[in-house]
Design a protein. Structure first.
Lengths: 162, 375
């Protein structure tokens, strides 16, 4: 019994986290599973005139309008064509539901918090703040993205106004 | 910095020669103050402006016993800007030493005039080549006289201050605040004068990097081992004392978005993450264009840091005597450069300073624009 309690405490000190991994420009990224609502196949995205550059457009998700964010643009990556693997990950951030366009969705991985390592941050671009850390999983480095910092408060308000 | 128009690295030898030539030129520039302060005869081939002149003056007049900076001031570069530079940086030690010898001697100014008179024939001889000689001569005399007068005045003023401070109760005798203010002003003036003198003395010490002693890194106080490695044809050296390890790049790096172009990504090796730095962009940004290959094979891991210097080839380990290295004398714009090893035609990297720079908030993002700005 004591052992069980001890294990529980140890677990609380170093909690196990679940991350949904997706691919973007040949790299693997992870986002907290608690912020992911669902993963959609690529559907046509209706562009919104006058929308910010990081907004690809909107989609109709079971009667609800969801804004889709251009993740590549947000991460400062080159544009790419959509493929059969392209997915729209519906996430909930800052009490808003938005979609992010990714090249593919891989799996859900379990990570211990202690396994997350900090990264050198030498860039002064805004996008550098999105990176929560990296984690070595299955012999590859997983870049963990902090979705809350994906956009500033003003930008979230801008998205909400669309 | 000498600029080379060619940016392609198809000719590594060309890249090496061009770079080291420029690098050594930079180091020579940095060493000028120290050379002026310490010895008079050495490094006669270091300075651009002095090199051509000094032998002529020495040969013409044979004034070997003369202080070197008098010869430097009369260099035929003709540029007022250069002369003012010499005056500010080079004259202070000279003035201090002469002021010390003639500290309480009222003949000190006369001694300077005698020097100038002795130099005059040399200038006349050199006049055939120099067109702006009168300007140079006048500015030099004024500077010497000004500085010597300030030195002479400094001592009596300090004595007066002490007296006045002792007599602060003179306010009772009607000493106004204005007088006290003027005393304070003169006090601060003398302080600033003496401060500027001491600043020039300690200038090299302030700019010297931490982890250095006696003008060289701590690890280079005695004979030390270095590892040579090549980046885009250029040979670089790192001290084994600060080498964390050599990692072979076996798979693609993991790039992180939002980072500068010189940060290639993360390399996972031996259960550790190493941030790979594009060494070529740091060492020779003027040769790097946007499309240069970053297909480096190795990473030179800096000891006690998370950084690695990307390189194409790891060469050999050599043993160096500290005297074989032309050490940098100030941080300059290349704090990562410990010095150059002419015998091996390579630059010696101060990896600890490099790691400190990378970890600092002041690490530059765009190295090429930085280089252009400083040019």
């Amino acid at each position: 019994m004591a052992n069980v309690v001890q294990a529980k405490n140890a677990g609380s000190e170093d909690p196990i986290l679940q991350y949904v991994t997706f691919r973007l420009a040949d790299e693997t990224y992870g986002i907290n599973v608690m912020q992911v609502q669902e993963v959609l196949r690529y559907t046509e995205i209706a562009p919104v005139p006058g929308a910010p550059a990081y907004v690809l457009g909107i989609i109709n998700l079971r009667g609800n309008v969801v804004t889709v964010i251009d993740t590549r643009q947000r991460f400062g990556l080159m544009n790419a064509d959509t493929t059969d693997s392209t997915r729209i990950v519906i996430i909930e951030v800052e009490k808003q539901v938005v979609g992010i366009l990714v090249d593919s969705v891989s799996e859900v991985v379990y990570l211990r918090e202690s396994e997350i390592e900090t990264t050198p941050n030498v860039g002064n671009e805004e996008s550098a703040k999105f990176i929560q850390g990296v984690c070595n999983k299955n012999d590859q480095l997983l870049i963990l993205v902090e979705l809350n910092k994906l956009m500033s408060d003003e930008e979230w308000a801008e998205v909400a106004a669309l | 910095m000498a600029s080379h128009s060619s940016n392609d690295f198809s000719s590594p030898q060309e890249a090496i020669e061009g770079y080291l030539e420029a690098l050594l030129q930079d180091v020579a520039d940095y060493e000028e103050p120290e050379g002026l302060q310490s010895d008079s005869g050495a490094d006669s081939t270091e300075s651009d402006t002095v090199i051509d002149v000094k032998p002529d003056l020495a040969d013409a007049s044979g004034w070997e016993a003369e202080p070197e900076d008098t010869g430097r001031v009369f260099s035929p570069s003709g540029s007022v800007r250069e002369l003012s530079g010499f005056a500010s940086a080079d004259y202070s030690p000279e003035v201090q030493t002469q002021a010390a010898t003639h500290e309480s001697n009222a003949e000190a100014p006369l001694a300077f005039k005698e020097d100038a008179a002795v130099i005059m024939p040399d200038l006349q001889i050199a006049e055939e080549e120099i067109t702006h000689e009168p300007d140079i001569q006048i500015s030099d005399e004024v500077q010497v006289e000004d500085i010597s007068i300030s030195d002479v005045q400094a001592e009596p003023e300090i004595i007066v201050e002490d007296e006045l401070e002792d007599d602060i109760s003179l306010e009772d005798y009607g000493v106004t605040e204005d007088i006290a203010d003027s005393i304070e002003e003169t006090e601060t003036e003398t302080e600033t004068e003496t401060e500027t003198e001491t600043e020039t003395e300690t200038e090299t010490e302030l700019t010297e990097n931490s982890g250095w002693a006696n003008g060289k890194p701590v690890w280079a106080q005695e004979r030390f081992e270095c590892l040579l490695f090549k980046v885009k044809g250029l040979t670089l050296a790192v001290p084994l004392a600060e080498l964390g390890g050599i990692h072979k790049r076996e798979k693609d790096l993991t790039p992180l978005f939002g980072q500068p172009s010189w940060f290639l990504g993360i390399m996972r090796n031996n259960q550790m993450n190493i941030g790979m730095v594009d060494t070529a962009q740091w060492v020779m940004p003027e040769y790097i264009n946007g499309t240069h290959s970053t297909d480096y094979r190795f990473a030179i891991h800096i000891h006690n840091s998370e950084w690695g210097l990307a390189c194409d080839e790891v060469a050999e380990a050599i043993s160096l005597d500290p005297d074989e290295v032309k050490w940098r004398t100030s941080l300059g714009r290349r704090p990562w450069l410990a010095g150059t090893v002419v015998g091996h035609m390579c630059a010696l990297i101060d990896v600890a300073a490099f790691a400190r720079l990378l970890d600092s908030d002041k690490v530059p993002v765009d190295l090429q624009s930085l280089d252009m700005d400083e040019e």
